[in-house]
Ligand binder design. Structure first.
Ligand SMILES: NC(=O)c1ccc[n+]([C@@H]2O[C@H](COP(=O)([O-])OP(=O)(O)OC[C@H]3O[C@@H](n4cnc5c(N)ncnc54)[C@H](OP(=O)(O)O)[C@@H]3O)[C@@H](O)[C@H]2O)c1
Length: 248
């Protein structure tokens, strides 16, 4: 911590780091002194752009779905061999598809629930084992306003993000004995990424009811996550932090 950077010397794994909020998390965490590993599902060009923009030589990208259990285990081993033990995990990868409930098919439900919830479980389990051995860790799960308040968002997405809160609470309780802190950051609407799948009228409605009168930025959420994952946070665990610009 002598450099004055929040995350000096730490190794961070950020899921879904190639675009949107994941990219901002990689950028802010690198600026704060962390070595960065991230994964993504398919968009190699975006992943290359993220890597190129990171202000550290200690950076790795992995094309590996959060649902590929053997691939995740290999990725975690490769990161730990190459960069060192993973001290920070941000479960950021997530998807949504805007559709009315009556049109929501079983495969739509499964896709969103699998990536957003099962993927979080699989990556966390792969990383938690070595955090437990070393008795240190910071885990942040990216939830959403949609899992927190009654808003007009797709039912499968809202369900998956509510599940992330339950996952956070239970895991925080269980892992506290190993000095592993687990928290959830629930952003409101952001100016990039999945939020832009909403129709214009719903975006305008959000801004109208938001105290700050604008969507958040990915960088703003990443700055909050950096603090939560840093040594400056040593007592908050099991918290759900709603960052929605004072939505009324
Ligand atoms: N943007 C918002 O307004 C908002 C608001 C509240 C919460 N959130 C949450 O913030 C998180 C990031 O959202 P975003 O808006 O930044 O999304 P985004 O721009 O669509 O980026 C999603 C990222 O996740 C990756 N990903 C998707 N499926 C994956 C899988 N199966 N395995 C590994 N990686 C996968 C994508 O990689 P590829 O490009 O290769 O597919 C991409 O890097 C999500 O959990 C979302 O629910 C977003």
């Amino acid at each position: 911590m002598s450099s004055g950077k929040l995350l000096s010397g730490r190794v961070a794994l950020i899921t879904g780091g190639s675009r949107g909020l994941g990219r901002a998390l990689c950028e802010v965490f690198a600026r704060e002194g962390a070595s960065i590993a991230f994964n993504y599902a398919s968009d190699g060009k975006a992943a290359e752009e993220t890597l190129a923009g990171l202000d550290t030589p200690n950076k790795r990208a992995f094309k590996c779905s959060v649902l590929d259990r053997p691939g995740i285990e290999q990725m975690v081993s490769a990161i730990e061999a190459d960069l060192g033990p993973i001290a920070i995990l941000v479960n950021n990868a997530g998807v949504t598809e805007v559709m009315p409930f009556a049109m929501l098919e079983e495969e739509d439900w499964d896709e969103v629930m699998d990536i957003n919830v099962k993927g979080t479980y699989l990556v966390t389990r792969a990383v938690a084992r070595s955090m437990i051995r070393r008795r240190y860790g910071r885990i942040v799960n990216i939830g959403s306003l949609a899992g927190f308040k009654m808003i007009d968002a797709p039912v499968h997405y809202c369900t998956s993000k509510a599940a992330i809160q339950g996952f956070t609470l239970a895991l925080a309780k269980e892992l506290a004995r190993y000095e592993i802190l687990v928290n959830c950051i629930a952003p409101g609407l952001l100016d990039e990424g999945v939020g832009l799948k909403l129709p214009e009228t719903k975006l305008a409605d959000y801004v109208k009811h938001c105290g700050l009168r604008r969507p958040g930025t990915c960088a703003e959420i990443a700055e909050l996550a950096a603090f939560v994952c840093s040594e400056r946070n040593s007592y908050m665990s099991g918290a759900v932090l709603l960052a929605d610009g004072a939505l009324g």
